[in-house]
Design a protein around this ligand. Structure first.
Ligand code: SDX
Length: 429
């Protein structure tokens, strides 16, 4: 066997195939003809060893804690660029020239308003509805308003739908927040940048002008960059699978939002803050560490661990710095939640259980503290994650649609249920 070939033997049959090399990272064994040739499936619940697609968008090296968007390190993008620049990069594959950036910003800005009738959907929810339930519903409902950008076979319509999704998510998210606090919706203002516009739509009231704090706007814009894309995570895989059937992009993004809501995924930022609040004080940390290590206790340290990162999540380091920046700007000297988080991290990183299982803080560990300090309720944390991740979902969806080898996703199974048996009439049971 050469380095570029592989052989699988099972059921007294042998399957020989090629090994595909990536530009960086693990190679893959092409098993696409395995079932056709030897009548067997591979088995990989949770897809821990499965590459579902070929992609050029985001690369993660979990062992060393590397995250690249189109080859650019997340640290450099977060430091030097803004979120819309990252959106352009993820969508088009290259950093924009000044003219391209200005045009992209202009186009996104002028898609930020939603159809006026969208506001009526919000009236149907209870005021205490979780904003993620509102987002799943309202983003899915966009497909009822924008029929001129749902023909996925038309590249022009695909790009308009992409721009609309990126542009309208902050507006829908701000409306979801305003609805929970019983305040009137605030329209976007074209003179503001993307993230300042979002902050104003969340916190302005009609009675007086709202002045955006540039430090907070920059911090939130950086948080959006950190959350923009992350390879084939659960919600991105959901969007790809939904899109593989030809579903319209708005419905696919709504499916991604639904998946992101889970506490094991995007819901972890909300769960992590609730966990820190429940721990409350540093002296209560040991009992929670013990629970996290107890096999019989389903409790896990929220914001810790990751399917891919077996080292420090590079986003978490930037997130931690942003947390300190925001707290300093707001004059918050001693945040008890931050004290608990820092001590919990210190203890966990020196604990054999966490070291052996390579459990490190992930992006969700510090984000909640920052967003709470900025005035967002915990129920809005995953909504903000969804706002940022929309560009990643859209970029991955576009890449899948434009892949000539693309076909409907349809995994198989290992069946261990009853074999065929005859029906027994009720009178004889
Ligand atoms: C995100 O995939 C992505 O890229 C996601 C994301 C993105 O940007 O899209 O990065 C965003 O979702 C970040 C992850 C947020 N979730 C959490 O913080 C929730 C807490 N974390 C865990 O639920 C867990 O770590 C997962 C879900 C993140 C990862 O789960 P895996 O890869 O399936 O790991 P596992 O459950 O198999 O854990 C391996 C071992 C287990 O012990 P053993 O069965 O081997 O004895 O580590 C233990 C787990 O019990 N473990 C933890 C733990 N996470 C894993 N123990 C205590 N606390 C934890 N947080």
């Amino acid at each position: 066997m050469s380095a570029n070939s592989a052989r699988i033997t099972g059921d007294n049959k042998t399957f020989e195939t090629s090994v595909k090399l990536g530009s960086v990272g693990p190679s893959v064994i092409d098993i696409s003809k395995l079932y056709a040739e030897i009548g067997m499936f591979t088995y990989d619940p949770g897809y821990t060893s499965t590459a579902s697609c070929e992609s050029k968008i985001t690369y993660i090296d979990g062992d060393v804690g590397v995250l690249l968007y189109r080859g650019y390190p997340i640290e450099q993008l977060a430091e030097h660029g803004d979120f819309l620049e990252t959106c352009y990069l993820l969508l088009y594959g290259e950093l924009p020239t000044p003219a391209q950036k200005a045009d992209f910003d202009y186009r996104i800005t002028r898609h930020t308003v939603v159809h006026e009738q969208m506001a009526r959907f919000y009236q149907g929810f209870r005021r205490d509805a979780h904003p993620m339930s509102v987002m799943v519903a309202c983003v899915g409902a966009l497909s009822a308003f924008y029929h001129d950008s749902t023909d996925i076979s038309d590249p022009q319509q695909r790009m308009i739908a992409s721009m609309r999704m990126i542009a309208k998510m902050p507006t829908l998210a701000a409306m979801a927040y305003k609805y929970t606090v019983g305040q009137p919706f605030i329209y976007p203002k074209n003179e503001l940048d993307y993230t300042s516009n979002f902050l104003r739509m969340c916190y302005a009231v009609p009675c007086e002008e709202y002045k955006v704090n540039p430090v907070l706007a920059r911090a939130l814009d950086r948080i959006f960059i950190l959350h923009a894309d992350h390879e084939q995570n659960a919600s991105t895989s959901t969007v790809r699978l939904a899109g593989s059937s030809g579903a319209n992009p708005f419905a696919c993004i709504a499916a991604g939002i639904a998946c992101l809501w889970g506490p094991a995924h995007g819901g972890a930022n909300e769960a992590a803050l609730k966990m820190l609040a429940e721990i409350g004080t540093v002296d209560r940390i040991p009992q929670y560490i013990a629970r996290a290590k107890d096999k019989n206790d389903p409790f896990r340290l929220m914001g810790f661990g990751h399917r891919v990162y077996k080292n420090y999540d590079p986003r978490a380091k930037i997130m931690q710095r942003t947390t300190h920046e925001v707290l300093a700007e707001l004059g918050i000297k001693d945040d008890p939640l931050l004290d608990v988080a820092i001590e919990l991290e210190r203890i966990a990183l020196h604990d054999d259980y966490f070291i052996e299982k390579k459990l490190y803080p992930n992006i969700d560990f510090y984000s909640g503290i920052t967003l709470k300090a900025m005035g967002f309720p915990t129920s809005m944390f995953t909504v903000l994650f969804a706002v940022a991740r929309t560009v990643g979902w859209i970029a991955q969806w576009k890449e899948m649609i434009e892949d000539p080898s693309q076909r409907i996703g349809r995994p198989r199974q290992l069946y261990t249920g009853a074999t065929e048996r005859d029906y027994v009439p009720l009178s004889r049971r």
